[in-house]
Structure formats: structure tokens, C-alpha cells
Design a protein around this ligand. Structure first.
Ligand code: 3NM
Ligand code: MG
Length: 522
């Protein structure tokens, strides 16, 4: 069985000045590359043959299969393990006839149609790309994005055809590439193909081994952002126990919550975070994201008043948070309101992996491309989804994360379970930024729901990566505090409600949560 997990495609033209190709290849193999494709786009046959022969000898020493790009004759001449064919190369059926039985045949695919043809041709594997933009190849077809790769993978269900993603894959986006490239049916990638990051370096061994580490971390952790592999059984009771535990943990540990949010609700969000016992930092500048990710408990990204400088920060902050396995809570405020927001949301979700996505019905409909619910500005209009439970579950599956749909009733799903919460008060709808502060509450709870990852003491015994509980906890803290605030005599309307809400959030007790939580798990 061929191991496609870390697939090196060569590109001698990318080598740094003075770097020897054969040395680079050997180092990449030492670092853990599992399959090699030699790709020579502008080389005469004689030289190609020579490079292929010497590459084959090196790969043989590491027991790694060698695949030849385009050239069936070269593959035959060097007894390569396989050939890789583009859409304009020799058809698979003819290459099959020419090559010895058992030769691997891979095909480049960019669309559903090309993939379906590869299935008909019974290719051994497909290279799906380009996932990200790249300058290594002159792209003539659209960039697919990780979510696009996920959709294509579904047509490989029931076949034994393997799939690798290619195009712009680097250690910085590998985790998102792996998490995001999964179909609704849970069909995942068998590997990733990398050219420039492994070729345009003087340290291919280190780069390969870093890529390997990310691949293993993804496999072994089921990681924080991978909601689909988290704990399998929940009941209303166990969820409330978990939420109460997380709530006390927030107060004990005082996690730092980095929030890139909008300038309407920034002060409310910071105050709410403090009231829960966490520490807000509202930094937006790209240059400080790496540093902040080192000390961060969780990241909240809210696009409420998106400006381009903050956008850069969002891209970087999420990437750093993924690399450090800190949860990212994403609030795509008003995503349906403009094309600009829609593009920004798509780009962000194709760049890093969110752990939780939170929105109202209109926002989630826009995000999922459903026209069942519409939005006006940042608010949704109409009566909501006919089947909100299935809707949130499907969005959670598609986005590979926990999804929170807020409204009179809140729906929260990890892709399997759906929690239906009916706490809250109408005064929450009469102040600005109630959705945004819900994001702050979720991020505060999620920060400790994943903290055992960092090797800190696990006194709370919280499940690693339990962002489902974190999201439920954040919503319950806010909605129950809202109920308590509304019952106070000094609260006369929305103006007096907000300070009372802060008071109630800061004194919210375990008993309040246990007595008032109205939760159903379906
Ligand atoms: N094929 P890098 S993209 C060789 O989309 C190749 O089929 C692609 O290089 C496709 O890892 C690509 O440097 C180049 O971005 C990938
Ligand atoms: Mg080709």
C-alpha cells in the first residue's frame, strides 16, 4: 500500500542558489517524505532520463515510491512505481495498456467532472488542486479552497481511489488544509503534495519533518478544532455538569481572550469577558498576532465593522491560533449583507480552521448558501428554518466545527448532537452587540474547555477539545444572566439592563445555572 501522506513533487527550478537537487531530495526523504513525483517541465528527454534514474536510486534506498510526471516513456525506462497525468496528457486507459501491471496512475483534477472521469478510468489516486493560490504552477483553473476539496472528495466514496491535495500547501496552512478538506460523508484526504516549501529551502529535512509533525498531530489529536471526533455521548445532565465545571475553571484560570471585534461593541465585549473571570485583549494589528498567540487562551474573530487592516490581523491571528491549537471562535456578523463580507468570510474560512462558528439564522443561512432565511443588515428576518436542528447539524458537519445559531431558541451542534437551549430574555434583543458579547462568552468558556492540551494540570478533567460544551456554556452564562438581570427591580429597560447584566454575569453561580438551564440534547 502506497503511503500518500507527504507527497513531494520536485521542481529543480525552485532550488535556492547553490543547493544540489539530489541532496535536497535525499534530505526530504530523511525528513519523512513518503512518495516522490519528479516533475520536469522544461527538460530534454536525455536529461530527464538521467535525473529520473538518479532520483529513483535515491528513493529506492529509502523505500519510497517514485512517480514520473507526464512521461510514460520515462516511467517505463526507469521502472518507476507510477506516472502522474494531467488533464491534457495521455489518457489513463492508454497509459494503463503501456505500463506494467500494478503501476500507479495518478490524475490531476480540478472539478467534479474531472474527478468523475478519474473514477470511471479507475485511476489509483487523484491530485486535487489547486487548493490555495500558488506561483509554482501557472494556474489556468480556479483555486478550489479547502471546502471545495471537501465537496469533491465525496465522489470518491465507495471507490479505493486515494486523494492528495496540491497547490500552495505549506506548514502554515497544513492544519486547516487537513481539517477543512473533508466531505459531508467524512471522506478525508490521504495526503498532501508540496512543491515549493520543500524545494525552495536550504533545509528540506527540517521542513519535511515539520510537515510530518503537523500530519501526526492532526491524526493523533483529533484536535481541538475537530468537533467530529470529540466525545460521543452527552445528556442534558452531563452537559450541565460540564458547563458548571468550565464556568468555575474560567474564574480560577483567568484565561486571556484575544478578540478582534467591531468598534460598536468592543467595550461591551471586554466588560463581559472580565465579568466572567477571563481577561480580554482587543488587539487588531497583524504584527503582534504571533506574540499574542503564545499567551492566548482563545481567539474571537468578529467581522462586525470589517476594515482591511483588521482583516490582515484576522488572517494571521487565526493561522497562529491553529498552529498553537488554541480555539478560534468566529462570528461572521452580517455576512449576508454584502458581497465584501461574503468574500471575507469565505477567505477566512478557507485560511484557518474555526473551532466554533456563531451566528443568527440569517448569517448562518448566508454562510451555508441557503436562501431559506434572509437577512437585513446584521439581523435576520422571517420566522427561521423549518428544521433548525438539521440545519445547524449540517453546517457543523460541513465546516468541521461547532456551530451556534442564536435566536429566541439557541441551537448548538458539534455535527452529531444538537443542544436546544431556551433560556434568555427579550431585553437582550434591545441592546446593541448582544450577539457579539455571546461570542465573547463562548470564547471565554472555550479557552478553558481545551486547556488540558497545554499540559497544565487537568484538575477540571475537561475533555480535550470539548468546544461543544464550551459553546453551550458561553450561551447559558449569557442567557441565564440576562434572565436574572431582567428580574431586578432596578432594571427599567435596555439602558439599565446592560449594567445589570454585567453584574449578574460576574456573580452567576453554579446554582443559578443548575436551576435555570433549559436544555435538551437531540
Ligand atoms: N499542480 P506548491 S498546483 C504541480 O493544481 C501543481 O494541479 C497543481 O506547488 C494543480 O506546493 C501545483 O509550491 C504546484 O504551491 C504546487
Ligand atoms: Mg502534465
Amino acid at each position: 500500500m502506497t503511503d500518500y501522506s507527504l507527497y513531494l513533487v520536485t521542481g529543480r527550478e525552485l532550488l535556492p542558489h547553490g543547493q544540489d537537487y539530489f541532496n535536497s531530495l535525499e534530505q526530504a526523504l530523511q525528513g519523512g517524505v513518503t512518495v516522490v513525483q519528479i516533475r520536469e517541465k522544461n527538460t530534454d528527454t536525455g536529461e530527464f532520463l538521467d535525473v529520473a534514474l538518479r532520483s529513483k536510486a535515491i528513493c529506492d534506498r529509502y523505500h519510497v515510491p517514485l512517480i514520473v510526471n507526464d512521461r510514460v516513456d520515462i516511467a517505463l525506462a526507469v521502472q518507476a512505481a507510477g506516472v502522474h497525468l494531467g488533464q491534457t496528457d495521455m489518457p489513463v486507459s492508454i497509459a494503463r495498456k503501456l505500463l506494467p501491471q500494478g503501476t500507479i496512475i495518478g490524475v490531476s483534477c480540478n472539478s467534479l467532472q474531472e474527478l468523475e472521469q478519474a473514477v470511471i478510468d479507475n485511476a489509483d489516486y487523484v491530485g486535487i488542486g489547486s487548493v490555495w493560490s500558488t506561483t509554482t504552477k501557472n494556474l489556468t483553473k480556479p483555486v478550489i479552497g479547502v471546502r471545495g476539496v471537501g465537496e469533491l472528495l465525496q465522489s470518491l466514496d465507495g471507490t479505493s481511489i486515494k486523494a492528495v491535495a496540491i497547490g500552495g500547501i505549506k506548514s502554515s496552512n497544513l492544519l486547516r488544509t487537513l481539517h477543512g478538506s473533508v466531505s459531508k460523508t467524512n471522506h478525508a484526504l490521504d495526503g498532501v503534495a508540496v512543491v515549493s516549501e520543500l524545494m525552495a529551502t536550504t533545509r528540506p529535512r527540517e521542513v519535511a519533518s515539520h510537515l510530518r509533525d503537523i500530519l501526526s498531530a492532526f491524526r493523533s489529536s483529533g484536535s481541538i478544532s475537530n468537533a467530529m471526533s470529540v466525545r460521543s455521548e452527552y445528556s442534558a445532565e452531563s452537559v450541565i455538569d460540564g458547563v458548571v465545571q468550565i464556568g468555575s475553571c474560567v474564574k480560577e484560570r483567568n484565561p486571556l481572550i484575544h478578540q478582534i471585534t467591531n468598534n460598536v461593541s468592543i467595550a461591551q465585549s471586554a466588560n463581559v469577558t472580565i465579568a466572567l473571570g477571563a481577561s480580554p485583549i482587543m488587539a487588531t494589528t497583524a504584527q503582534e498576532m504571533e506574540d499574542l498567540s503564545r499567551i492566548n487562551g482563545a481567539l474571537l474573530v468578529n467581522i462586525g465593522t470589517l476594515v482591511s487592516t483588521a482583516y490582515e490581523g484576522m488572517v494571521l491571528a487565526g493561522t497562529c491560533a491553529n498552529a498553537r491549537q488554541r480555539p478560534v471562535v468566529f462570528d461572521p456578523v452580517g455576512v449576508g449583507a454584502s458581497r465584501f463580507r461574503q468574500n471575507a468570510v469565505n477567505n477566512l474560512l478557507n485560511t484557518w480552521q474555526a473551532g466554533v462558528i456563531k451566528g443568527n439564522a440569517g448569517e448562518l443561512a448566508a454562510l451555508a448558501g441557503s436562501n431559506e432565511v434572509r437577512s437585513k443588515g446584521v439581523d435576520s428576518v422571517g420566522s427561521g428554518f423549518k428544521d433548525p436542528v438539521s440545519f445547524v447539524r449540517n453546517v457543523a458537519r460541513r465546516e468541521r466545527c461547532v456551530v451556534v445559531m442564536t435566536g429566541k431558541t439557541d441551537y448548538i451542534s458539534d455535527g452529531h448532537h444538537v443542544a436546544v437551549l431556551s433560556n434568555g430574555h427579550e431585553l437582550l434583543g434591545q441592546i446593541t452587540g448582544s450577539g457579539c458579547i455571546a461570542g465573547s462568552c463562548i470564547a471565554s468558556y472555550c479557552a478553558v474547555a481545551t486547556i488540558s492540551e497545554q499540559g497544565e494540570d487537568t484538575k477540571g478533567k475537561l475533555a480535550l477539545g470539548d468546544l461543544f460544551l464550551g459553546a453551550i456554556g458561553g450561551i447559558l452564562a449569557l442567557t441565564i444572566s440576562a434572565e436574572l438581570a431582567s428580574m431586578r427591580e432596578d432594571v427599567k429597560g435596555p439602558g439599565t439592563f446592560f449594567p445589570a447584566l454585567i453584574d449578574e454575569l460576574s456573580t452567576l453561580s453554579t446554582r443559578n445555572i443548575r436551576e435555570r438551564a433549559q436544555i435538551q440534547i437531540v
